[in-house]
Design a protein around this ligand. Structure first.
Ligand code: FEO
Ligand code: CA
Ligand code: CA
Ligand code: CA
Length: 601
């Protein structure tokens, strides 16, 4: 056998075996600990969490439900101190309240649900010799919820499409919902994607004009009552009463965590869709490129290229300027072409040459000028319409229908860009778009990872599939050409991160192979390219989110532990993290090497 040499720095650990344990499991020689759980205090005057006696007032000061994205930003001048910024994607009321009646939620339960959404900013303290993080009450600690005020910027700000009874200006929105993944910007703020916002709105069938109905349908906004029935207590969630409120969600929002009194922003120049996240790459001349996937089966990949340049440093003046970078520039959608279209039959078999490869074009949709005015680049749509109904613009220009584009992120070491394509069981099924080279499997249960060589500020790229995920013993999987007998099985790639060495780390959501979700390291360069090793597994029913991989620490968010098909309040699917007969609680976890050493070295 060829000697491939040792695993590269960052990936030298003994892989964790797939399992179905109700625990967080890390490699031998590593340890892990919960940092913060649903209900823990964020603000000093928060009451102790009591799962049987929750109030909205308490929850507005406590850590929200279902942590997803996490960012860790060093606090200047305070050693070993960080702001942990976390998204709270959604609530699952039957697992939050004893005796919850899905048909008749109480008003207080609704208010608690709204307060459990949004983000948390929590100061955390590190310690020497371990990766442990301990929450503190710092000046920046903050809860952002479904009622916090946001400013709207960009071409849809002030549009008639955004005006409501409560906000006749169309520029101030109450709250943010379904914040899934996100990214820390190089200028020290956090971007967060409003993803499945459709589920909060009721009575879409009352919109009967064809254009309005088509727009709602394209965004998955359904008729009748919403699952949580918030519309009973807050008319903004009732489309019959407030037809434009729904247009005020589905954006990329930006939070300045270093000013607890700042008003966060919704950047409409980046378009409105089910934003998984937005992640920034800065080119040599300071141009900022924001990559963002629309996480839906058969939806699109987007990027925004700024016309303004980033200012260096983190002075308040530089931050103020840099928070306008996403308000002027051009929004594009991706069209991909395979190099071997005739070889793709939906089986996942590799084409001749042994890899899925191709080229691509960024199609411009919307140009936003320095004054925030939009210019539509799509025939038959106004600039405001492109901003608010971006999916319809992508449809018109023939963007490529992808298998659920989730995290979309540039590698800070190499500049190459990666996209997690989670799965698509409708690919090639019942009239669903046929397989193509970038989405090469019909009934795709396990997903794939796309690697892009992008001309970041330009309009062309080349691509290949780094991973075609699944059980490595099956023919329809591919691990960058690496020996498949030597890799960890991986299924449903969702969030991406890079370690300081430039390796790719992938967290998974919905493992279709029967084991729990987890976090994996993937080698990108050299003879071990494609080597995939599981670093961590999460408890029963949980997905792994928000990975952060630092030199001496890994952080993950354990989202929806216990959320299995047959779980209920009386029969929880998990008792993690508190054990005994406790209800499961979504929590953030830190892991580190027992000797305090470097991760994977
Ligand atoms: Fe909220 Fe696309 O995962
Ligand atoms: Ca996700
Ligand atoms: Ca990420
Ligand atoms: Ca997910």
């Amino acid at each position: 056998a060829v000697d491939l040499g040792p695993s590269p720095a960052g990936t030298d650990f003994v892989a964790v075996a797939p399992n179905t344990d109700d625990a967080v499991t890390v490699p031998e020689g590593y340890e892990q600990e919960v940092v913060i759980r649903w209900g823990d205090k964020v603000l000093p005057d928060a009451p102790e969490f009591d799962i049987d006696d929750q109030t909205a007032a308490a929850q507005e000061k406590q850590f929200g439900f279902n942590n997803d994205f996490a960012g860790l930003l060093p606090v200047d001048g305070v050693p070993n101190t960080y702001l942990l910024v976390v998204n709270h994607e959604y609530t699952t009321e039957p697992f939050m309240f004893a005796g919850y009646d899905e048909e008749n939620p109480t008003e207080e339960q609704v208010r608690i649900g709204i307060a459990n959404h949004g983000l948390s900013v929590v100061q955390v303290k590190g310690e020497s010799g371990s990766g442990r993080l301990t929450p503190e009450f710092g000046e920046y600690n903050r809860r952002i919820t479904g009622t916090t005020e946001f400013f709207v910027t960009g071409p849809a700000a002030g549009s008639d499409l955004l005006k409501t009874t409560a906000d006749p200006t169309g520029t101030r929105v109450a709250g943010t919902f379904n914040n899934c993944a996100g990214g820390v910007t190089p200028w020290g703020t956090v971007l967060s994607g409003e993803e499945n916002f459709n589920q909060y709105f009721a009575n879409a069938e009352t919109v009967t004009d064809a254009v309005g109905a088509e727009r709602l349908a394209r965004y998955g906004i359904e008729g009748g009552e919403s699952d949580r029935k918030w519309e009973r207590f807050d008319p903004r969630f009732d489309i019959a009463a407030e037809p434009n409120e729904v247009n005020r969600f589905g954006w990329v929002v930006e939070i300045d965590p270093f000013d607890a009194t700042s008003t966060p922003v919704k950047h409409t120049a980046l378009g409105r869709f089910k934003h998984e996240a937005a992640n920034i790459h800065v080119t040599d001349d300071g141009t900022v490129v924001a990559y963002s996937g629309d996480d839906e089966r058969f939806d699109y990949m987007y990027k925004f290229v700024s016309s303004r340049k980033m200012q260096d440093g983190n002075s308040r003046a530089a931050t103020a300027h840099n928070m306008t970078l996403l308000d002027a520039g051009t929004l594009y959608v991706a069209a991909l072409e395979g190099d071997n279209p005739d070889a793709i039959d939906g089986s996942g078999d590799l084409p001749e040459g042994g890899a899925f490869t191709g080229t691509g074009t960024w199609i411009p949709l919307l140009r936003t000028g320095d004054d925030g005015t939009g210019e539509s680049l799509v025939e038959g749509m106004s600039a405001e319409e492109v901003a608010v109904f971006t999916r319809l613009a992508g449809d018109k220009v023939g963007a490529t229908k992808m298998d659920r584009p989730e995290d979309f992120e540039a590698n800070p070491v190499s500049g190459k860009v990666y996209v997690a394509l989670t799965n698509n069981t409708k690919r090639g099924v019942d009239g669903g778009a046929a397989a193509d080279e970038a989405n090469p499997r019909n009934d795709n249960k396990n997903g794939q990872v796309l690697e892009i060589d992008d001309d970041h500020a330009g309009t062309s790229f080349t691509w290949n599939l780094l991973l075609v995920c699944g059980d490595p013993s099956t023919a329809d999987t591919y691990f960058g050409g690496f020996d498949k007998s030597q890799v960890s099985p991986i299924s449903c790639p969702d969030n991406l991160a890079f370690d300081p060495h430039g390796n790719l780390w992938i967290s998974t959501d919905g493992n279709a192979l029967g084991s729990n979700d987890g976090l994996f390291a993937v080698v990108l360069d050299g003879p071990r390219r494609g080597e995939t090793k599981q670093f961590l597994t999460v408890p029963i029913g949980a997905e792994t989110c928000g990975p952060i991989v630092e030199d001496n620490r890994v952080v993950v968010c354990v989202q929806h532990p216990g959320e299995t098909d047959d779980a209920s309040w009386d029969s929880p699917g998990s008792h993690w993290p508190d054990g005994g007969d406790s209800q499961p609680r979504p929590s953030v976890v830190a892991a580190w090497k027992s000797d305090g050493g470097r991760i994977g070295v």
